[in-house]
Design a binder for this molecule. Structure first.
Ligand SMILES: O=C(CO)COP(=O)(O)O
Length: 254
């Protein structure tokens, strides 16, 4: 199938310098499947990017958690895609629901950000997902399709994009989507790409799941055919992140 399992760790707005060093040393000591089997990317807060990049094992990569929508300039408090490229940061997370909901990032704004970051040579973890209210009203697919379409309106080459399906009701709540719920949305997203991008994009794009992923639930989720990995929040700060990376073995044996 050729979609390499992908495990991202989103550290969000957490950590002191000491804590970051501890997490990195745990990751560096972890025994995980080889880079042919799994791609691992961790995303510390901006201020720790240079520290993590310079101390993290070379088979793991780093991502920023956001970047500005266009070229840098007079945008106080923002970090540009150019700066990330200059620092040698290969990945950026864009459109996380915490930014969409708390900072009012619209679908269009997220689409523009993804396009600009890609144009500068960054690889993008683009996030989509519905709220509990939207799920309960039956509009999950409509919501994630609109979020994906706003990206597709500005992006035609998806080779450097990983799509993270992160239902808002599952983030930080301990209420993980069931493997069947994740599979259903991932497979519908793949159908969406088939109809709206191309069969090649549908077959090759990695669609990863995020929302209360843990060492205990990752294997069952990883066994689903359209779950190509995870974007992990809370558990990525803990040693169990290594167990989540190891769930790539499940996929290898499917
Ligand atoms: O938002 C997430 C990753 O981006 C998921 O967070 P949790 O794993 O803490 O639920």
């Amino acid at each position: 199938m050729g979609r390499k399992f992908f495990v991202g760790g989103n550290w969000k707005c957490n950590g002191t310098g000491e804590e970051v060093k501890k997490i990195v040393s745990t990751l560096n000591a972890g025994e995980v499947p080889s880079g042919d089997v799994v791609e691992v990317v961790v995303s510390p807060p901006f201020v720790f990017l240079p520290l993590v990049k310079s101390t993290l094992r070379p088979d793991f990569h780093v991502a920023a958690q956001n970047c500005w929508v266009k070229k840098g300039g007079a945008f106080t408090g923002e970090i540009s895609a150019e700066m990330l490229v200059n620092l040698g940061i290969p990945w950026v997370i864009i459109g996380h629901s915490e930014r969409r909901l708390l900072l009012n990032e619209s679908n269009e704004f997220v689409g523009e950000k993804v396009a600009y970051a890609l144009s500068k040579g960054l690889k993008v973890i683009a996030c989509v997902g519905e709220t509990l209210e939207q799920r309960e009203s039956g509009s999950t697919m409509e919501v994630v399709a609109a979020q994906t379409k706003a990206i597709a309106d500005k992006v035609s080459n998806w080779a450097n994009v990983v799509l993270a399906y992160e239902p808002v009701w599952a983030i930080g709540t301990g209420k993980v989507a069931t493997p069947a719920q994740a599979q259903e949305v991932h497979s519908e997203l793949r159908n969406w790409f088939q109809a709206n991008a191309s069969p090649e994009v549908a077959a090759t794009i990695r669609i990863i799941y995020g929302g209360s992923v843990s060492g205990a639930n990752c294997k069952e989720l990883a066994a689903k055919p359209d779950v190509d990995g995870f974007l992990v929040g809370g558990a990525s700060l803990k040693p169990e992140f290594i167990d989540i990376i190891k769930s790539a073995e499940v996929k290898k044996n499917c």
